[in-house]
Design a protein around this ligand. Structure first.
Ligand SMILES: NC(=O)c1ccc[n+]([C@@H]2O[C@H](COP(=O)([O-])OP(=O)(O)OC[C@H]3O[C@@H](n4cnc5c(N)ncnc54)[C@H](OP(=O)(O)O)[C@@H]3O)[C@@H](O)[C@H]2O)c1
Length: 393
């Protein structure tokens, strides 16, 4: 950031209009390649377990979330919602969800009468989160929404308002808040493990294969927004906030996309942002769909540094703290508990009326910062922020 190359990329992105927004629609997709369904249905939930409907049977739902729901103490899968009838049947049978609790998108409103469903987990492309959260609240259900919460702060406001009207809970599935390595890093930073914080660096990058907006929602602006920042870089943005414990008061950013690349006709390939915090610390957040893979978070302070690499993957995380010659590696527990703990957290909030660690307001905050990042990149100037993340004055 601040280099000639970064400034040049601001000028390029600022002068290029991204593709026109189309209204996104929920449409069923094929069974993801490599999906393994359970050989026998999971054991029934405990008597006080909260029944969740999974909306959208895609890669993340089928390969990461659903196989681990059985580890949850107070949550189970009680319904499925999908636009692909054959996949709905196969997944329903494998997970022991009866035919009357399997819904197409068209029949979703009928879920209101299903008492086995207390909450929904929205695992749809991002451009559909707001609409389906509103539908779920209208059906009287609590909502877990995948990250990012939505594509704009205006959509987040709508979701929060709908939850309040329905008197139902809204949680954003920021799984790292329930993951042992990230929780340990938060604890260490709150204990000044690196002294006075000066710098956070995060990178979440990989090189996406050949694709286009018509065959991959992640490069389709109406479903994915600006691209890698909302999808992957949001982990770095989140980490910068939960490790610093601060909100930025100023942001400067740049975006880049190669010309004539069908992957990037509607979205950016690369986003780099610099956040300035009131303490004087700063964070550099880089994310890319077009560079060699890296998943890394580092904090540097007056007495040492903390490194996580990978930092936010599903598994295989590392956490070390360096102080001069002294290096300490931490092993705070199995990262894969994050999926079940996240579900248990919302279930606990529903049963015990406890506060949600990652509420809709946190998702809204992050969308405000994402909007400020794009505003800075488009203008080529630093953007001042109010304490709630809205653009100042
Ligand atoms: N927290 C994490 O670590 C993590 C990781 C990956 C993804 N995610 C989030 O999870 C959500 C889904 O991501 P994914 O990777 O699972 O995506 P995916 O594999 O493409 O699955 C999305 C599913 O949504 C449904 N869908 C409905 N309308 C669609 C449309 N117009 N285009 C495409 N799919 C449509 C389909 O399910 P049916 O065929 O059943 O209708 C599809 O299989 C996103 O919000 C993403 O950001 C989070």
């Amino acid at each position: 950031m601040g280099s000639t190359a970064a400034v040049a990329s601001v000028m390029v992105s600022g002068s290029v209009a991204l593709g026109q927004q189309r209204s996104p629609v929920a449409i069923g997709q094929p069974m993801p390649n490599g999906t393994e369904l359970p050989a026998s249905p999971p054991a029934p939930g405990r008597p006080d377990s909260v029944g969740f409907a999974i909306i959208g049977l895609g890669d993340y739902a089928l390969k990461q979330i659903m196989p681990r729901v059985e580890q949850a103490k107070r949550a189970h899968i009680s319904a499925l919602v999908s636009g692909n009838p054959e996949k709905l049947r196969q997944v329903g049978e494998a997970y022991g969800v009866p035919p009357e609790s399997r819904y197409s998108y068209d029949r979703f409103a009928e879920i209101a009468g299903n008492r086995a469903v207390e909450a929904v987990y929205i695992v749809l492309p991002t451009g559909l989160h707001a609409e389906w959260a509103e539908r779920a609240f209208a059906a009287g259900k609590h909502v877990m929404s995948e990250k990012p919460m939505a594509l704009s702060s205006a959509e987040c406001d709508r979701m929060i308002a709908a939850g309040r009207r329905a008197n139902r809970k809204l949680m954003i599935a920021y799984r790292c808040h329930f993951e042992p390595y990230n929780r340990k890093a938060m604890e260490l930073m709150s204990q000044s493990a690196v002294g006075d914080l000066r710098l956070i660096r995060t990178e979440h990058s990989y090189r996406m294969g050949p694709t286009s907006p018509s065959d991959n929602w992640r490069v389709n602006r109406a479903l994915a927004g600006g691209g890698p920042l909302e999808d992957y870089g949001i982990y770095g943005l989140q980490a910068a906030l939960y490790l610093s414990g601060e909100m930025p008061d100023r942001i400067s950013a740049s975006t880049f996309r190669p010309v004539d690349d069908p992957r990037f006709t509607e979205i950016y390939a690369h986003v780099a942002a610099q956040l300035h915090f009131p303490s004087g610390a700063s964070a550099q957040i880089v994310t890319s769909y077009d560079s060699a893979g890296l998943n890394m978070v580092e904090t540097r302070g007056t007495t040492g540094s903390l490194l996580m690499r990978p930092a936010t993957n599903y598994d295989g995380l590392t956490l070390t703290v360096n102080k001069g010659q002294d290096e300490k590696a931490y092993d705070p527990g199995d990262p894969t508990v994050q999926f079940a703990r996240q579900l248990d957290h919302l279930a606990g909030a529903i049963r015990d009326n406890t506060p949600i660690l990652t509420p809709g307001e946190m998702g809204l905050r992050d969308l405000r910062l994402i909007e400020a990042i794009y505003a800075s990149a488009a203008s080529g100037h630093a953007i001042g922020l109010n304490p709630n993340g809205t653009i100042a004055g």
